[in-house]
Ligand binder design. Sequence first.
Ligand code: NAD
Ligand code: UD1
Length: 342
Amino acid sequence: MRTLLTGGAGYIGSHTAIAMIEAGHEVAVVDNYYNSSPEAIRRVEQITGKKIALYEADSADKDRMREILAKERPDCIIHFAGLKAVGESVAKPVEYYRNNIDTTLTLLECMKELGLTNFVFSSSATVYGEDNIPPFTETMPKGACTNPYGWTKWMQEQILRDAAFASEKEDSKLSVVLLRYFNPVGAHESGLIGEDPQGIPNNLMPYISQVAVRRRDHLTVFGDDYDTPDGTCRRDYIHVMDLAEGHVAAAEYAVNNKGTEVFNLGTGNPYSVLDMVKAFSNACGHPVKYEIGPRRAGDVQDSWANADKAKEVLGWEAKRGIDEICRDAWNWQSHNPNGYDK
Ligand code: NAD
Ligand code: UD1
């Protein structure tokens, strides 16, 4: 299968490129490097020994995307490109709606013109909102999101569903797979690629990693007064290579089916913030310093997946646990303390 990964130089895209190549598929990547570096793709080539067609382009640019898609004619597009920082989306909502929604609309328009039909989309567990109770199943209604980033995912899911539904009456019937990721963490076991956030990390695992490598003094735990066993929030942390392998299964499903399907990509196992601090301390061999701080606005207490559907329909399930997650995150961070900038 020929695949095209928008945002493929980013964290999840670069790991998915490896999993795709290892499964015997071809990979082309489009990225504007807003939040990434072509060095990630160079390293994917080093790991896999395969050449990747790499295009520097904005996925919302219709002329460029038409040209690239006409040349590559992918059997499946996997659309990772997007802005993803929750806090920034509150400060810059228009940029978030413009970038995230325009990229999806542009791709749909180009696909229609070129007769391309298969699409996998990076959605998020954030679409379950605050009122559903975990474990989240795909049949639960989407909830109200707590920030513009979440709404862009919610809206893109809707746009894609509507486009697939309308295409049922057309010659080129779309196949859309919506993947709701839980908390992607960890790195490729080679330690050559991993998560490389710009500035101060917003998310837990990159923050812990930077404390462990002594780039930051300590982690602030956002609240220990939740109604959970240790008082800290619980999440479903999924190894990024498990997530990457989920995309292989999803793309193979997309090319063999029509209509819209949605899958949770999670492990089904919740871990608290303090569980993750402990597991990381074991992996790096010294205690990760932390202090308890106030709750973070917008945080939900609990979020984890019911991951049965992906297992039943895609034959995929997460295989790696939190010890492997922390081992691989530490391997990446300790060998690349400043990410891709040496
Ligand atoms: P990332 O920022 O590392 O990767 C996104 C990539 O898209 C970057 O390389 C960026 O440069 C590129 N990009 C952004 N806008 C673009 C545009 N207009 N044209 C071309 N390239 C563009 O993020 P990630 O963690 O790899 O996330 C990938 C996708 O998964 C995103 O859509 C994100 O919202 C979604 N997602 C991520 C998480 C997570 O925790 N990492 C969770 C749920 C969903
Ligand atoms: C965040 C986003 C969510 C997005 C997800 C994956 C918010 C409110 N939500 O979710 O929309 O889909 O990332 O990218 O930002 N924590 C600390 N200290 C820190 C950082 C985090 O204690 O410095 C805690 C948080 O309170 C949370 C857990 O660690 O309980 C995980 O946080 P994070 O990695 O930011 O992910 P989510 O909150 O699940």
